[in-house]
Design a protein around this ligand. Structure first.
Ligand code: PLP
Length: 362
């Protein structure tokens, strides 16, 4: 097995695009002919500031981020944002509405409940015996809520929501597992945040895209490192940023642009997901329990008709170079994550392995 024929289906930390890994390997030892690793240069040096500026501009280009939004490179992962969001956005309000469609939305509620009253709208439902999400037009939003939080892609449940809350309140979205995988209109959101270690690549960075008018609401006791205004004023360098993860994110943004940007990625992502769901649906041996309207393009949980074969499936898949297919411990079974870095070729290899396995063991 080599870098070129191993496919990593991990939900996170996910694989980087292979050309990015190759470039990083060279830069690790000698970056731009400086004779030092990219990891060793000062975050205040003109060389690194160029990396930071370019990465921000590339992300702005990819998502078409309007000028009245700040792009922040934060630390503490998406879970830090679970606290940062209420602390930054509540202002004088004491309530926020959270739409619950799965595990990560619920985790965000648990954290935010420490800081304010949370009005939870349970959007989980079932259609034809499959897990589904209540249509956004029926989501009830508290009139006193400071903002509405939702998670458009539930990484564990394998549920994706393509609608937006219908509200004039700031919309906050945890896009950790689907940022840059499909087109979005940033101007519809108050805050978008996303841990980088899925659709971007390296753990250690969390992107927050924050509308300017929301920077003024931060609570006084808010730790400076979580304060969007402080981070914006300091160009995300209030403390030493994770420079290596930032540099790698920048390489991924350049790679995405070279692929044709988010529009091109969305087309491939649709094709990859359709291929895998078709393989699951056309077999009696595999199943996925999510209603077609809410199936995630990024995270595809599936079960075998004979769960006693799970270990065998995983062992043989791993030996064939199809890595990290074990489902989340809360769900069991399998999960294939099809982030941007997963090629169509990787999904074809998985589908062909699944057919062979079914023929041998079903
Ligand atoms: N939100 C979503 C949708 C996730 O998938 C995850 C991680 O898997 C998190 C939040 C937590 O991210 P982090 O580990 O960066 O705090």
């Amino acid at each position: 097995l080599t870098l070129d024929n191993v496919f990593n289906f991990s939900a996170g930390p996910a694989a980087l695009p292979k050309p990015v890994m190759k470039q990083a390997q060279a830069d690790f030892i000698d970056w731009n002919g400086l004779g030092t690793s990219v990891m060793e240069i000062s975050h205040r040096s003109k060389e690194f500031i160029q990396v930071a500026d370019e990465s921000e501009q590339d992300l702005r280009d990819l998502l078409n981020i309007p000028d009245n939004y700040k792009v922040l490179f934060c630390q503490g992962g998406a879970r830090a944002q679970f606290a940062a969001v209420p602390l930054n956005l509540l202002g004088d309000a004491t309530k926020a509405t959270y739409i619950d469609a799965g595990y990560w939305a619920e985790s965000a509620v648990t954290e935010a409940s420490k800081y304010c009253e949370i009005d939870v709208f349970n959007a989980k439902t079932s259609v034809d015996g499959k897990a589904a999400v209540v249509p956004a037009k029926d989501w009830k939003i508290d009139p006193e809520a400071a903002y509405v939080h939702f998670c458009p892609n539930e990484t564990i449940d394998g549920i994706e929501i393509s609608e937006l809350p219908q509200t004039d309140k700031p919309i906050v979205a945890d896009m950790s597992s689907n940022i840059l995988s499909r087109k979005i209109d940033v101007s519809q959101y108050g805050v978008i945040y996303a841990g980088a270690q899925k659709n971007i690549g390296p753990a250690g960075i969390c992107i927050a895209i924050v509308r300017d008018d929301l920077l003024e609401l931060a609570n006084d006791v808010l730790p400076s490192i979580l304060n969007y205004k402080v981070l914006a004023e300091k160009d995300s360098m209030f403390n030493t940023p994770p420079t290596y993860a930032w540099y790698l994110s920048g390489l991924v943004f350049k790679w995405l642009k070279a692929q044709g940007g988010v529009e091109a990625m969305e087309l491939v992502n649709k094709e990859k997901a359709a291929l895998l769901y078709h393989a699951i649906d056309s077999s009696a041996f595999y199943k996925n329990d999510v209603h077609t309207a809410n199936r995630s393009r990024m995270n595809v949980p599936f079960q075998l008709a004979k769960p006693e074969l799970d270990a065998k499936f995983l062992e043989l898949a791993d030996a064939a170079g199809l890595k990290s297919l074990k489902g989340h411990r809360a769900v069991g079974g399998m999960r294939a994550s099809l982030y941007n870095a997963m090629s169509l070729e990787g999904v074809q290899a998985l589908v062909s392995f699944m057919k062979d396995f079914e023929e041998k063991y079903a």
